[in-house]
Design a protein around this ligand. Sequence first.
Ligand code: ADP
Ligand code: MG
Length: 253
Amino acid sequence: MAAAILETREVSKRFGGIKALAGVTLSLHPGELLGLIGPNGAGKSTFFNVVAGVYRADSGTVRFRDRDIGSLPPHARCQLGLARTFQLTKPFFSLSVLENVTLGAYYGRKGDGVTLADARAAADEVLHVVGLSAKRDHLASTLTAGERKRLELARALATKPSVLLLDEVIAGLSSGEVGSMMEIIRSLPSTGVGILMVEHVMRAVMAISDRIVVFHQGRVLATDTPAAIANDPEVVSAYLGSSGSAAARSASA
Ligand code: ADP
Ligand code: MG
């Protein structure tokens, strides 16, 4: 397998007396879709934020393309090619869909000497990828919840990331929207981007991930294929129960 594009080693993070992360080691490869699951309080969001640069780990390392990025602020990580989505999407409502994505492309990679024309071209390209081309000139305020999630994804993609961190992009969508979002996400790794996806919707994450990492009490409980995870007795008893097995059966069907 190709070298990891993102790698954490023994990452720990404490909030007062709470050990949110207790030595997390994992790696993400180019073109891989890695699903991160685990019960509430397992440390998923904390890990996501440590990788994105919102929090600094107390100890351990975060390496991105063979560079230690653990002390870089979020915008510097974004400029290197590490993009993220936000759970609560916050577009500029008074701007058009195209303008929103153009801003993402322009400011996300400003250090690269991206011109506004480059940014606009990148924006048009990713609007096509997320199926929003028909809405390009509409105000962001007129989008449905599902379209807003796709806009958020387009803003992240417009920075041409080599790693994309997805924070519950499926949560809160209608079942029809879940299907199209899953198809879009599943298509992205073919461009070479590595995706780390934190998701509660088990059926979705099991169906589209190449590998699943299960967090439990700030640690990695297991890392394996969706089918193997769903049949891991330790994972099932700690977290999945019967609904997880059902999701895995439908994932491997
Ligand atoms: P998950 O996203 O898997 O539900 P979190 O990473 O949000 O888990 O939380 C892990 C643990 O860290 C929990 O016990 C949570 O209460 C605690 N925690 C998370 N963020 C903070 C914070 N900013 N301040 C204090 N405690 C926090
Ligand atoms: Mg969380």
